[in-house]
Ligand binder design. Sequence first.
Ligand SMILES: *Cc1c(COP(=O)(O)O)cnc(C)c1O
Length: 229
Amino acid sequence: MIQENLNTVETKIREACIGSGRKREEVKLIAVSKTKPVEMLKEAYDCGCRDFGENKVQELTDKYDKLPKDIRWHMIGHLQRNKVKYIVGKVYLIHSVDSLRLAEEISKEAVKKGITVSILVEVNVANEESKFGISAGEAVSLVEEIAGLPGIAVKGLMTIAPYVENSEENRLYFAKLKQIYVDIIHKNIDNVSMEELSMGMTGDYEAAVMEGATYIRIGTGIFGERKYT
Ligand SMILES: *Cc1c(COP(=O)(O)O)cnc(C)c1O
């Protein structure tokens, strides 16, 4: 089932790339494996997936221990400061940094371990009450503040768009994230390299690719519906 799902996703990514004049290599697929058992991640790994996304620290570190070490783990969920120490050194990219205090904690752990941690700043572009992320208006100044911290490298921006029936409705939010990204590039901030735009999930990734996503995060579309108990 996973291979078939990946084929479907791949076809749609290619179509969206063609439709928007982008190269397929510009878009990286993250298999969002939260709530799914290790066996399913192994199956996806055997199909060629190397980027996996998790939203809980405990689940990420458990799976990290059980799976091959060439996997790039992406922390995509809300991160509490007291849990930062468990993932620094294990995650390839933290997508969900939305405050200076959280960034300071990541910086502290990175310096302690002698590494640099790559992060994205999460922006709540649609201004939804229920979502984490810094507001669009505060995003540039947060990036500037984080840029001054040691052991941390800002690589881009992330957003979670609203749930919609028709993914076209989210295009304006993806375009808005891209605009903030371009504004930051023009500021030429030291220690900030805007390379990544993490946007688009199962319901709206084609629209996100059209608007410039470099990372799309797909769970249901690869692993099927999640059951929460
Ligand atoms: C769960 C999750 C996804 C994947 O959602 P699907 O709709 O299942 O593709 C993507 N991004 C984040 C931040 C998530 O928490």
